[in-house]
Write a protein that binds this ligand. Structure first.
Ligand code: HEM
Length: 673
């Protein structure tokens, strides 16, 4: 608890002066191959060769070792199945617990805790780092610069990808935390009364928002680690746990466990559960509405989905509903095509198609915008191919990187727009919703024609540019729940970076191929003079700069939305997420025929919105991009669609897309004795 004591006494380290003058033009040597999985790639194997799969290494029953496995629960056995488990277990047959909920994040560089074990990072001088809120106020002001090319749909799908892959353990990331680290009127608690895991954000006296209410303290609760769960002991540095499975598998729709899956399923016709109101299908209601939503009356709707964060903001809820409806749309079509299929078969086949569509949209439509087409191709994250791509490698660890989830991917919080446009079919906007009025209040999406209008808004309204500027809806009013002010997402991101003890920005520069800085001036190779000046004012040493802060100030690598250091981390993550997934949709052994796979490759975010809105008539072909003469509004029926008739089961001997031989058998890859 030393860090809290220190906080009480000297949290807001005084900004110090700086002196530098040169801006160096330098092209960083960022474009190294991904790290951390053996010999440097490009790998010497042919992803189009199906023999990559065979023979499969003989899986052995795992020998659970808490010290290396983290805290998840190893499965009792791995049944031979062509379908994924909900919790991600048995995806990796060499280590079946890999990628399951309640396991650790991975790390590219060792942790940098102040005490070497678990206390939040401090300055190399031993003093506290500058207060997170002070850094947020100075570096991330609200300057509204719209992205010239991309829509808030791109931002919003990014949050879908995030929620699919990770969630820090011990928090819902939506509702205010149950643990209170401040008094009700925003003051710091007496040391003796501070609950365990508290690491409150101390507010400066001249805080432009919170000084108005005399608040001095913002709630912040530390992430649960393997040490908290007693999975490790001694002086092993703490590693944070994630509450969801690590794979990109639509667990936000289907749940991360058998138990949640049962709650979201209809168990009829292969469908997910819905509630019908006004002739439309909505997600089912949560049975704990007052616990998970900020509802103002017991009648106000609050949804249940595979992910606990479903109600967090209206546009996120819209995409969750769209994805649920897409599953049901596919299930209905499969049921019609194959009337002899039972509920389970329809459900799992529809799920497999929906996941494939999601992986395709994420990797082939979304990722090239964020990490660049060339970069994605060069690093074998996407392929220009009409074939199967058999690049699964059991030795690649799909675990989500702490650096990715806690710093690099959060950079895109800067894209969030504080007001959501309501857009009609002619693409004129006649109003908008203020984000902070609707955090955790999803009922707004059912009002009037809001569902379609918000959906069109997703694909029409520009996102904010990826830059250091952040909308005050998330830096002054986050989760304000009817109060005058709320929390600050950027201050939280910085505090979380320290809570997780991430190594410094300078360390990752070295790791990712930029020269290590010896002075603040050395950051000028990728930052503006103004930003370097701010850093030098805030931090004692260039070795103190938090990864989440330094990375967010870098000039972008051309063709991408991030600077070189974050790009290196994001590239590494998305390589692992793909190549470490045995059920990746392009793998031949995933069970699609080539015709089916190429049908999946016709899907698009725009078609998804068209097919699952209420009366949406038209969308531009590239729905993450703004409407333009090059990307014109097009009738929905003219947008390519997945031909589901290819899933009609045909008699053996003609073509054999389905071989249920092992699916429902008692065969196991291995089973606990
Ligand atoms: C309106 C939109 C969004 C809101 C309100 C929001 C809010 C939040 C909040 C409250 C957290 C938890 C912070 C903490 O306690 O540490 C979080 C975490 C995170 N956010 Fe966002 N976010 C939004 C959009 C996005 C987008 C667009 C991305 C990326 C493309 C993103 C990436 C992340 C990541 C990677 C995490 C950490 C996930 C983990 O727990 O492992 N978020 N966000």
């Amino acid at each position: 608890m030393w860090y809290f004591l220190a906080l009480l006494h000297l949290t807001l380290a005084e900004p110090k002066g700086s002196g530098y003058s040169i801006f160096l033009e330098h092209t960083p040597s960022w474009d190294r191959r991904p790290y951390g999985y053996g010999p440097a790639a490009p790998v010497a194997f042919d992803p189009f060769n199906n023999n990559n799969f065979l023979p499969q290494p003989q899986p052995q029953p795992p020998t659970p070792d808490p010290a290396t496995l983290g805290c998840g629960t190893p499965p009792a056995g791995c049944p031979k199945s062509r379908y994924r488990s909900y919790d991600g277990s048995c995806n990796n047959l060499g280590n079946p617990i890999l990628g399951t909920p309640q396991t650790r994040y991975a790390r590219l560089l060792p942790a940098n805790y102040a005490d070497g074990v678990s206390t939040p990072t401090a300055s190399v001088t031993g003093k506290p780092l500058p207060g997170s809120r002070i850094v947020s106020l100075l570096i991330y002001p609200d300057v509204q610069i719209e992205d010239p090319k991309f829509t808030i749909n791109a931002m919003q799908y990014g949050q879908i990808i995030t929620h699919d892959m990770s969630m820090i353990a011990g928090s819902t990331q939506a509702q205010p935390h149950q643990t209170k680290c401040c008094t009700a009127d925003g003051q710091l608690l007496e040391f003796a009364n501070i609950p365990e895991h508290c690491f409150p954000i101390v507010l400066p006296n001249d805080d432009p928002a919170h000084s108005q209410t005399n608040a001095k303290c913002m709630n912040f609760v530390r992430t649960i680690t393997d040490r908290d769960r007693n999975c490790v002991g001694g002086s092993q540095p703490a590693e944070q746990l994630t509450a969801v499975n690590h794979y990109l598998d639509l667990s936000i729709v289907y749940g991360n466990s058998d138990q949640i899956n049962q709650q979201v399923r209809q168990f009829q016709g292969g469908r997910l559960r819905v509630e019908v109101r006004d002739g439309k299908e909505w997600l089912p209601r949560s049975t704990n509405a007052s616990g998970v939503c900020s509802i103002q009356s017991p009648q106000e709707v609050c949804y249940l989905a595979g992910d606990a964060r479903v109600n967090q903001n209206p546009q996120l809820t819209i995409l969750q509903i769209i994805l649920m409806r897409e599953h049901n749309r596919i299930a209905d079509a499969l049921a019609k095509l194959n009337p002899h299929w039972d509920d389970e078969t329809i459900f799992q086949e529809a799920r497999r198609i929906a996941i494939a569509e999601h992986q395709f949209i994420s990797y082939y439509e979304w990722l090239p915008i964020f990490i660049g087409i060339e970069n994605s191709l060069k690093n074998k994250i996407i392929y220009l191919s009409k074939h199967f791509i058999n690049d699964y490698r059991q030795e690649v660890d799909p675990t989500v990187l702490n650096e990715h989830a806690t710093a690099a991917f959060r950079y895109f919080h800067s894209l969030i727009a504080g007001h959501l446009d309501l857009v009609n079919e002619h693409r004129s906007s006649y109003g908008n919703l203020r984000l902070s009025d609707w955090f955790n209040r999803p009922a707004i999406v059912e009002q009037g024609d809001n569902f379609d209008e918000l959906t069109r808004g997703l694909a029409t309204q520009p996102e904010l540019a990826s830059d250091p500027y952040h909308d005050s809806e998330i830096t002054q009013f986050l989760f304000r729940d009817g109060q005058q002010f709320g929390s600050d997402l950027k201050a939280i991101d910085i505090q979380r970076n320290r809570d997780h003890g991430l190594a410094s920005y300078n360390e990752y520069r070295g790791f990712c191929g930029l020269p290590r800085a010896h002075s603040f001036e050395d950051f000028l190779d990728v930052m503006t003079q103004d930003n370097v000046k701010k850093l030098a004012t805030l931090y004692e040493s260039p070795d103190d700069v938090d990864l989440t802060v330094g990375g967010s100030l870098e000039a972008h690598v051309p063709g991408t939305l991030s600077g070189p250091t974050f790009l290196c981390i994001l590239t590494e993550q998305f390589y692992r997420t793909r190549v470490g997934d045995r059920f990746w949709f392009e793998n031949q052994h995933n069970g699609f025929t080539l015709a089916q796979l190429n049908a999946i490759r016709k899907t698009s975010i725009s078609r998804l919105l068209c097919d699952n809105g209420h009366h949406i008539q038209a969308m531009q072909p590239r729905g993450f991009e703004r409407i333009s003469h090059d990307n014109p509004i097009t009738p929905c029926e003219n947008l390519p669609a997945v031909d589901l008739t290819l899933w009609k089961e045909v008699p053996f001997g003609v073509e054999r897309p389905y071989d249920f031989g092992s699916d429902f058998s008692d065969e196991f890859f291995w089973k606990k004795k």
